[in-house]
Design a protein around this ligand. Structure first.
Ligand SMILES: Nc1ncnc2c1ncn2[C@@H]1O[C@H](COP(=O)(O)OP(=O)(O)OP(=O)(O)O)[C@@H](O)[C@H]1O
Ligand SMILES: [Mg+2]
Length: 352
């Protein structure tokens, strides 16, 4: 049963770690087979770009080996400045017509040469503001950037069959797990080491995305500056693994200052969404990513956004065997795995 050849393994290369999820789909839904992560050295992935591919290759190989995964088909995802997501409005046309004109249409919206990007799109439906138009989500990712990812997987002896975008992988898992969500407009907020990705979805379709350049590393930078320590010590201090003989109240105060900035930036994004979407309001916020484990971050977000805030648990509706996993452990690390879990639900032949 484990590692059937048809499974696609989800591998998320984050700034702080490589994360792997393997699922098995049966009639009754998904079952968790594997979840694991391997930390990366600090400069291995910077601004989502792979700087030290041998460190990443080593992490991927370690994960595949120690989880005894035989399948070599993997799905991965990218994010950052080299990925542009735009919602555009075009004259109504058939899919074939769009397919043949998309390059030309996209040129006006994408700040890169068309020859330098991989382009994909998704038709949302008729434009509610203009009957003769339709809304399309356009995704462009720089080829050299994506090629780095593909090369890294090939070097690891794997076959990257699908390259998604982080926030769409999260959207994917959210839509499959929270099918009975009653709020129409929700924001999915991924708080990672290098940044925060906000994706507002309306009736399960992405309508607004934003990237914020603050994340887990911002806490470390603040502690480094404030206490004159290196980044490794800052990480231990932040996680409460080592007090470094610094008064804990002073540390908490420094961390809360960063949380406040972060909340303010998320609020700005959601205000901007409301301003551009006829005052529509986000009704609920689902957070994920390691930074969502920061003490007090959920309550600060709920207060600052004046909205219900909940942790997105990608495994909450999946079968997780008590024989193979400690369920409390899975719950406690779930925020790290939303992207990888979203990737692992994909099937061979899926499009971006
Ligand atoms: N208990 C915790 N409290 C606070 N922060 C935490 C905790 N555990 C992990 N983090 C932070 O979460 C971040 C890692 O989260 P995550 O794995 O989602 O990021 P990533 O995917 O590697 O980064 P990115 O998405 O930006 O590429 C690190 O900055 C780490 O310090
Ligand atoms: Mg991440």
């Amino acid at each position: 049963m484990f590692g059937s050849k048809k499974d696609i393994v989800g591998i998320d290369i984050g700034a702080s770690a490589v994360k792997l999820v393997q699922l098995h789909e049966s009639k009754s839904g998904f079952q968790l087979l594997r979840l694991d992560r391997e930390p990366l050295p600090p400069e291995a992935v910077v601004d989502s770009s792979i700087m030290d591919s041998s460190a990443v290759v080593m992490a991927i190989r370690d994960l595949m080996l120690r989880n005894n995964i035989k399948s070599s088909d993997v799905a991965t995802s990218v994010s950052g400045h080299s990925v542009i997501i735009r919602k555009i409005s075009l004259a109504l046309m058939t899919e074939d017509e769009l397919e043949s004109s998309i390059q030309w249409e996209a040129e006006q919206y994408i700040p890169f040469e068309m020859s330098e990007v991989f382009l994909d799109y998704y038709i949302l439906g008729p434009d509610p503001n203009d009957q003769g138009q339709m809304e399309v989500i356009l995704v462009a990712a720089k080829k050299d950037f994506v090629d780095e990812y593909i090369a890294t997987f090939k070097e690891s002896g794997l076959n990257p069959v699908l390259v998604d975008v982080d926030c769409f992988a999260i959207e994917n898992i959210y839509c499959s797990v929270y099918e009975d969500e009653t709020a129409n407009i929700v924001a999915l907020v991924d708080m990672g080491a290098s940044g925060i990705q906000v994706n507002v979805i309306k009736n399960n379709v992405s309508v607004f995305t934003r990237e914020i350049q603050l994340g887990g590393n911002s806490y470390n930078e603040e502690l480094q500056k404030r206490f004159g320590i290196d980044s490794e010590s800052a990480e231990s201090l932040k996680l409460g693994l080592d007090s470094l003989s610094i008064d804990s109240e002073t540390v908490q105060e420094a961390l809360q200052g960063v949380t406040d900035n972060l909340v303010q930036e998320v609020r700005r994004s959601l205000d901007f969404f409301s301003a551009t979407f006829a005052d529509e309001r986000v009704e609920k916020v689902y957070v994920t990513g390691g930074v969502s484990l920061t003490p007090n971050v959920l309550t600060s977000l709920a207060e600052g956004l004046d909205t219900a805030v909940e942790i997105l648990d990608p495994f909450s509706r999946m079968a997780v065997s008590e024989k193979d996993f400690d369920l409390d452990f899975v719950k406690s690390v779930a925020p790290f795995f939303s992207v990888a879990a979203g990737l692992a639900t994909r099937k061979l032949g899926d499009k971006l």
